[in-house]
Design a protein around this ligand. Sequence first.
Ligand code: HEC
Ligand code: HEC
Length: 333
Amino acid sequence: MMYKTILALALSLSCLALRSGAAMAEEPISPIKPPARVHLGMVELGKKLYFDPRLSKSGFISCNSCHNLSMGGTDNLPTSIGDRWQEGPINAPTVLNSSLNIAQFWDGRAADLQAQAGGPIANPKEMGFSHTLAVQTLETIPEYAREFRQIFGKDSISIEQVTEAIAEFEKTLVTPNARFDQWLLGKADALTEQEREGYALFKNSGCVACHNGEAAGGNSFQKMGLIEPYQTKNGAEGRAAVTGKDAERFNFKVPTLRNVELTYPYFHDGAVNTLTEAVDIMGRLQLGRRFTPEENAKIVAFLKTLTGEQPRFNLPILPPSADNTPRPIPFGQ
Ligand code: HEC
Ligand code: HEC
């Protein structure tokens, strides 16, 4: 009797395991994994650099100014504010889970995180500095000089070391353990009925054609305005600016929907403030489908389950400048 019960239990457990395993394999979105192998020393250095405004001409703007890790890795502005209060051309995407992207930027013009990280430092509309000046500044700061030497084993600092360290830190900015992931991994009560219905709508109406994989996006370039054109005053051309192919005009990297609850406003022009409106636009423009307010609310409820554990760490304490460290130029010149 006892034996039979145990056997039955074991059988039903193994069926359950098989079933949930198979079900997961079929889901178009997979759980976020913690970062594989990172260089811990380099991560600590990259974290400091990420928060260090001395990589900007003004001494005021750091990566964290526009990709604020207290706000989902974004600035929550339609377009960012750069050097001398200049208006940026496009919405700042989140850095969270950006290591999962097929390429970086809305048009994918940087192949990876290291290639990306040099851009903003020297961009006159962002940090307004130059690579040479950034490196010179770091070299005058004794604690940085020592740390770089320890990690890279070279006598002088190079911009490649700076970007490699920042990229290494960014690899740790993943957000596992979202309620949706708990559900994917078998915790049936991690989602409410409304959220599960929202996910079903998200799948069945075709959102997953573009928003799929670990990041629910970030892995392909797709046309914005597939069925109906998107009206915008923003001049961004999308992928065509990189490939020169007219057919790729208005193709953008599909944004990740991980943490999308935190990363408003939406779309490359940052023109849309709410998820309700973003879902309505996506339904009409990409799929030719009008959701009822109830359906829309279900999809929005599902999207909010994609908020994962935000990266947590002690704020890095930055080493002080030395007497000969170039001073910031916050205004003019
Ligand atoms: C002045 C605001 C600003 C600053 C400062 C800034 N960024 Fe950005 N960042 C942006 C904007 C805007 C974009 C999108 C540009 C585009 O796609 O053309 C972007 C794009 C990115 C992306 C690509 C994300 C994706 O999904 O494509 C990463 C990664 C990133 N920035 C990291 C950094 C790092 C690291 C620093 C510091 C070295 C930094 N940013 C400094 C505004 C900023
Ligand atoms: C044909 C591909 C495609 C389909 C289908 C699609 N999307 Fe998108 N989605 C995109 C692209 C591309 C963007 C970025 C567009 C832009 O910024 O101009 C985007 C942006 C978004 C955004 C804004 C994210 C951000 O950070 O700015 C949300 C939310 C979104 N999609 C949800 C959905 C939902 C919900 C559906 C189904 C109703 C859907 N998408 C269907 C390609 C698609």
